[in-house]
Write a protein that binds this ligand. Structure first.
Ligand SMILES: [Zn+2]
Length: 389
């Protein structure tokens, strides 16, 4: 797809010329502490991002939610593709972090709270889109989405329905050292297995009791053995609690199970196996009422095509973008779970997220702008036509 590569080269060169502007936006956004939950600070940052995008020609809207404002900024063009660039502006660092640990440059790296996760990704998305729109505009709708709660949410993005029917989502978490993009993420499920017995006085009439702790303890080795029963499936018992007082037969016990896998089908299977318990006289098992789910980002045919195209563009730009898989979750899991082909890890190359040493490589910013622009052009040229999503 030579057009996509030509577009990627043009945008990369333009981004290199504009690098100081791009880094100035990034510096201003890093300078705003924006921990999840601090809605005043998050909303002020969202307003700054929206204003910056409006100044670059986007139609920018701030959409309220209980977690804070979501930025939805749209460019329209004469093409076919509808593509979302998915970002988040919350970080894991508390208020006051920037004052203690401001953005700094160390050789070819920028360090600072949220510089990789993912204010660098917002800067790349914003400028890749702006520079793409200054040329061919190979899209029908290019929508930058920036959410305020990625680090803490365990349910779909509040404004996700706005992306229904989109051709693809490019998620702007940082690229991995070596330039890799993320073509698969494991999904996770967390739920309790609860044993229900009958409590009774342990001294005077223990024979009336049905010991839930003992029954659950006998089942847990069977449950733990489901770990790795299928390719890529991990399953671990992470918590256990049972009984109330020191002198009663335990009437109830529960254990939390952490399950992760590349495919929803494997998680469905593991979940169904949890309650296939052996008979325990007078003790029954149910699953607990709280069940947390993050869907996997499955490597569908469409995702594989996006990753293959990223690899080709990266090679042409001289900045490799091979694909990897990872166990960690991101908002890309939610869009993928909703059936939108999603490729992740398109932000600047960086690492050590959630730590004081978090960094991005400055030299990766312009190539990543080119990569994002080239992918949009390739999708517009029909990359994903007739592929299973
Ligand atoms: Zn992130």
């Amino acid at each position: 797809m030579p057009d996509a590569i030509a577009t990627a080269r043009r945008v990369q060169d333009a981004a290199a010329d504009d690098l100081e502007t791009i880094l100035a936006d990034l510096a201003r956004w890093v300078a705003c502490d924006s921990p999840s939950g601090a809605t005043d600070e998050l909303d002020a940052l969202a307003a700054d991002i929206a204003e910056t995008l409006a100044g670059a020609g986007f139609e920018a809207e701030l959409v309220p939610s209980p977690a804070g404002l979501h930025v939805h900024a749209v460019l329209e063009g004469p093409g076919q593709a509808r593509v979302a660039l998915l970002c988040h502006h919350d970080t894991v660092f508390p208020l006051g972090t920037v004052a203690r640990r401001p953005l700094r440059r160390d050789g070819g790296r920028l360090l600072g709270p949220g510089v990789a996760d993912m204010k660098g990704g917002i800067a790349v998305a914003a400028h890749a889109a702006r520079l793409l729109a200054a040329g061919e505009r190979p899209f029908a709708r290019l929508e930058l989405v920036c959410v305020p709660d990625e680090e803490v949410r365990s349910e779909p993005i509040a404004t996700q329905s706005r992306l229904a029917g989109f051709d693809a989502v490019l998620c702007m978490e940082c690229g991995r050292p070596g330039g890799a993009v993320v073509a698969a993420r494991k999904g996770g499920r967390w739920l309790d297995v609860v044993a229900h017995g009958r409590s009774a006085h342990a001294g005077s009439e223990p024979e009336h009791g049905r010991n839930a702790v003992l029954a659950l303890a006998r089942e847990l080795p069977r449950i733990a053995a489901l770990d790795r029963a299928r390719e890529g499936l991990t399953l671990h018992v992470t918590r256990m609690h049972g009984g109330d007082v020191l002198n009663s037969i335990a009437g109830e016990a529960r254990a939390t199970i952490d399950m992760r896998a590349w495919h929803d089908a494997d998680l469905d299977w593991a979940e169904s196996e949890l309650l296939r318990c052996n008979p325990h006289r007078g003790v029954t098992f149910t699953s607990g009422e709280h069940r947390l789910v993050t869907p996997p980002l499955e490597r569908t045919a469409a995702v594989a095509a996006l990753a293959g195209q990223a690899d080709a563009i990266g090679a042409a730009l001289g900045s490799p973008a091979p694909e990897i898989s990872t166990g960690g979750v991101s908002d890309g899991c939610w869009t993928a779970g909703a059936g939108l082909p999603t490729l992740d890890g398109l932000g600047p190359v960086g690492a050590l997220d959630h730590s004081p040493d978090e960094y991005i490589e400055i030299a990766s910013v312009a190539p990543r702008c080119g990569l994002v622009a080239g992918l949009v052009a390739a999708i517009d040229a029909g990359l994903l036509r007739d592929l299973s999503r």
